[in-house]
Design a protein around this ligand. Sequence first.
Ligand code: SF4
Length: 200
Amino acid sequence: MADIIYTYAGSAYLNITNKCPCACIFCIRSNGDGLGSAETLWHKKDPTIEEIKAEIDRFDFSEYDEVVFCGYGEPMQALDNLIESAKHLKEKHGLKIRLNSNGLGDLINGKPTAHLLEGLIDSISISLNAPDSESYQRVTRSKFGEEAFPSLLKFAEDCKKYIPNVKFTVVDVISEEEIEGCKAIADKMGIPLRIRKWIK
Ligand code: SF4
């Protein structure tokens, strides 16, 4: 069975689904089955909420004050389990919660989703990936096509209302010019941008 909770570079992570509507050119999933403490992050079947809660209650969080939803899939694909497990982590374990997301939660779930995270998610990192729809599609190969990029921007704007810390990220696989374009979007929206190194 794949790890639901794993540790990597001093942080604890929750890997609640392998589903994702993208196939990003830099995706860490193509590097190998495991990461950090996890031998494999590929579930035979996505875990149920009971399995996730049981893993949370088994894990020793004493060295951590924050837990991050980020695994071999997009956490917003398992929205109900994300909400339920975030509640459990907060109420029973008093942890702060970060969500790493591709920002496509609204398209994935067919409805606005940012407000559902209010009071549960303390910070969110949204992968901006590109400065426009065409280059976004080239980098992420999202199944939503040209709908994806505008929906991501709308979701990020919504997140500012409901989540205390909102950040954008880009991976440095794109050109300098494209990174500058991402900075301009992030500045205009008042969202900090972090440039991540590509882990090959
Ligand atoms: S959105 Fe994340 S999990 Fe999905 S393909 Fe891109 S990098 Fe991989």
